[in-house]
Design a protein. Structure first.
Length: 214
């Protein structure tokens, strides 16, 4: 028999998936009622657990960071440096990592969020250093490059549009097309790619500054 904690964890996972979809459509103005309805969670039970919209988003941010950490740990467990990094990127993109970004600056960053973010940063840094050391990742690619790429690829405007239109007949082809684009992007990270990346490497402030209060 499912316990109250089991139900709460299932609801949280459903809320995270729903929040990513609603945030992609409505941005930081996404309503809790819309998220709850899409997740199939009663608004009353949601507010009994999370007193405010900010508290809900803080919890969902923690869950998203926990997935990042788990994916990075699995990547480091792969003995092949390139396969480990590529697997982490693909997992994060397909999960929709980065789609919580619209709430950046709109909520207070808790100590738990900060700690998990630092842990995730350390793990990605280890993945990148290992791939650079093995000579499989092009030398001018940085940790921030990869984080930004994951965020950019975490959404598929085509897939999102077809879902809103109810075009289930086109979704398989759109999903396959997205998988091809992800593979193209991954191949661009490989050592030996022609030319150099334009401009200076992006700084991590592109992430950290967004989460500071406005």
């Amino acid at each position: 028999m499912a316990t109250r904690n089991d139900r709460a964890e299932r609801n949280d996972r459903a809320l995270l998936q729903a929040a990513r979809a609603v945030l992609a459509e409505d941005g930081a103005h996404a309503s809790v009622a819309t998220i709850a309805a899409r997740a199939g969670v009663g608004i009353g039970s949601l507010y009994r657990r999370y007193r405010t919209k900010e508290e809900l988003f803080q919890r969902l941010s923690v869950l998203s960071l926990e997935h990042w950490i788990e994916a990075a740990e699995q990547g480091l467990a792969d003995p092949d440096p390139w396969a480990g990094l590529a697997g982490f990127i693909k997992d994060s993109v397909e999960f929709g990592q980065g789609t919580m970004a619209p709430i950046a600056g709109a909520i207070e960053v808790t100590d738990e969020m900060s700690a998990k973010s630092r842990r995730g940063d350390d793990l990605l840094d280890a993945l990148v250093r290992r791939a650079h050391g093995a000579g499989t990742l092009r030398p001018d690619v940085t940790v921030t490059d990869i984080s930004l790429m994951i965020e950019q690829l975490g959404r598929s405007p085509l897939v999102d549009q077809l879902r809103k239109q109810g075009r289930d007949d086109l979704l398989p082809a759109a999903t396959q097309a997205r998988a091809r684009l992800i593979t193209i992007a991954l191949d661009g990270l490989r050592s030996g790619s022609p030319g150099r990346l334009p401009g200076d490497p992006p700084g991590e402030e592109l992430f950290t500054a967004r989460w500071a209060p406005a």
